[in-house]
Ligand binder design. Structure first.
Ligand code: NAP
Ligand code: G3H
Length: 484
């Protein structure tokens, strides 16, 4: 496995008042690469007083920011895109080392983020206020007119996960800024170097001071303090379901948007195009080692085609490249040892309960070889839990109704894929499945990023996707005109 020598590791400051500062705690949090020995960087473990200052200054600065016209705010974000793209290779190299994504995928993530910021700008510019006449309600009058404006919420706390450290951060920051909010950005610790570099691009773009402040430190240490802080007016979070529930239990009465875990099924019916299904399932389940919220995390295949599909999946898994992101491998070491241990625990439990290993079940440090499990039954943990790793359980079903039942028993409800050539059956399943989205004859995935992206049950609350994200960063404000 290629592991480029660790660079002289970087110790990055946090960002406040338009300046880069070291914390008065004199403490840092070390970031270890998932695939090579040694520390790739350190970020500041900031104090509660520094959190207070970041939020206070952001609240003050937000007022003037909201007064700017939407086109004035857009000029800063357009410059942000230019600076971000100018830093693309630098950020991609850091992202590769920090979260173990291939350089090409990390470059694509930066480009996708630039597109996402641009779409947010353009969409925001084309949003309009509404007006309503009183006459529509019984006994109402034309003399009453409501002007319904969308106004900013104030200071938005944006907390992002490790797996898309730039894309899922810009997906929060760009709509918040366009709608006139200030942002307190708390990147995932593993992912913070890429996140800070992304903000360096915004700094170079000349963003006014305190419109975005970056706070770093372990979520388990500063997370509760941030979430419970009286100065926070909205929380937008992406991460694990357990963290999401914890944050929801701590947050004050502020709007929450949460994108959480998933257990997306691929349901394969007998009339499906099995070649298409195989390709979509393999890329859906194993790219970036399955460390995507939208990865396919279980296959529910009808008995009639189960053997055939299983053979096809096994032969494709055997072709996957495994190793270092520096060698452009598809299956790379997972984010940390804790995660690798958890994944291995799911595999061991399944084997103990009678699952058959078709490929994989081999581990080298954090590198879990792609593991395909057949004969998976509903008493196994892997049938229900999110591995966030390269493990795919195959569960046989007798018919579409059983697929719906098993799919809906999950605590999660992010997406589902249905593979069939019968459009009526596809729509029947789509209607019954308790998920935010259903993909017909395609893998589960988030993009394109202007589509609504929704998790239900343990997969989240609220809606993302460019227009919806913009709306979520505002509230309605009504001014009623009483004509005489
Ligand atoms: P995580 O462990 O839940 O961490 C997410 C973020 O929460 C990190 O910034 C973390 O900070 C912070 N955090 C931890 N404890 C906190 C607390 N008490 N208060 C406030 N913040 C706290 O998730 P992850 O391992 O980074 O990401 C993987 C998970 O995210 C998977 O379950 C995946 O399905 C989910 N995900 C969902 C989506 C979606 O759109 N639905 C997208 C991507 C990922 P530290 O890093 O400092 O601990
Ligand atoms: O990890 C969650 C991401 O939002 C998934 O995005 O489906 O484009 O990989 P993706």
């Amino acid at each position: 496995m290629t592991t480029k020598a660790a660079p002289a590791h970087m110790q990055l400051p946090y960002y406040i008042n338009g300046e880069w500062r070291n914390s008065s705690s004199n403490e840092t949090v070390k970031i270890y690469s998932p695939y090579k020995d040694g520390v790739v960087g350190e970020v500041q473990a900031i104090t509660r007083e520094e959190v207070d200052e970041a939020i206070k200054l952001a609240a003050e600065a937000q007022k003037a920011w909201a007064e700017l016209s939407i086109r004035e705010r857009a000029t800063y974000l357009y410059r942000w895109i230019d600076e971000l793209l100018a830093m693309k290779d630098e950020i991609a190299d850091i992202m590769m080392q920090e979260v173990g994504k291939t350089f090409a995928d990390a470059q694509k993530e930066v480009e996708r983020s630039a597109d996402l910021i641009r779409y947010n700008i353009e969409e925001a510019i084309h949003m309009y206020n509404e007006s309503m006449s009183g006459e529509n309600f019984p006994g109402g009058s034309k003399q009453k007119i409501a002007i319904v404006e969308r106004v900013p919420l104030g200071v938005v706390l944006a907390i992002s996960p490790f797996n898309y450290p730039v894309n899922l951060s810009s997906a929060k920051i760009a709509p918040a800024l366009m709608m006139g909010n200030a942002v307190i950005f708390k990147p995932a610790t593993q992912g913070a170097l890429s996140g800070i570099k992304m903000i360096e691009a915004l700094h170079k773009a000349g963003i006014p001071k305190n419109i975005v402040n970056v706070v770093t430190g372990r979520g388990s240490v500063i997370g509760d303090y941030l979430v419970e802080h009286k100065g926070i007016n909205m929380i937008t979070f992406t991460g694990g379901t357990a963290t999401g529930y914890h944050i929801a239990s701590k947050a004050k009465m502020v709007p929450l948007v949460m994108e959480l875990g998933g257990k997306d099924p691929a349901i394969v019916l007998p009339d499906a195009d099995l070649k298409l299904a195989t390709g979509q399932i393999i890329s859906g389940a194993f790219s970036y080692s399955g460390q995507r919220c939208t990865a396919i995390k279980r296959v529910l295949v009808q008995d009639e085609v189960a053997d055939q599909l299983t053979d096809m999946l096994a032969s494709e898994v055997a072709k996957l490249s495994i190793g270092s992101p520096e060698d452009k491998a598809t299956v790379v070491p997972v984010i940390d040892t804790k995660s690798a241990d958890y994944i291995q625990g799911l595999i061991d439990d399944a084997i103990e309960k009678g699952a058959k290993v078709l490929t994989g079940n081999k581990r080298e440090g954090n590198l879990i070889h792609p593991t395909l499990l057949a004969d998976v039954t509903l008493d196994m943990r892997v049938a229900w839990e999110e591995p966030f790793g390269p493990v795919l359980p195959i569960i046989r079903i007798k018919d579409a109704e059983e697929a719906i039942e098993i799919a809906n028993k999950s605590e999660f409800g992010l997406q589902a894929s249905v593979f069939t050539n019968d459009i009526n059956k596809a729509f029947h399943l789509a209607k019954k499945l308790e998920t935010g989205s259903v993909q017909i004859n395609g893998r589960t995935e988030r993009g394109p990023d202007h589509f609504p992206f929704i998790g239900v049950k343990g997969s989240g609350v609220g809606v993302q996707g460019v227009p919806k994200s913009l709306q979520s960063m505002t509230r309605d404000k009504v001014t009623v005109l009483n004509l005489q």
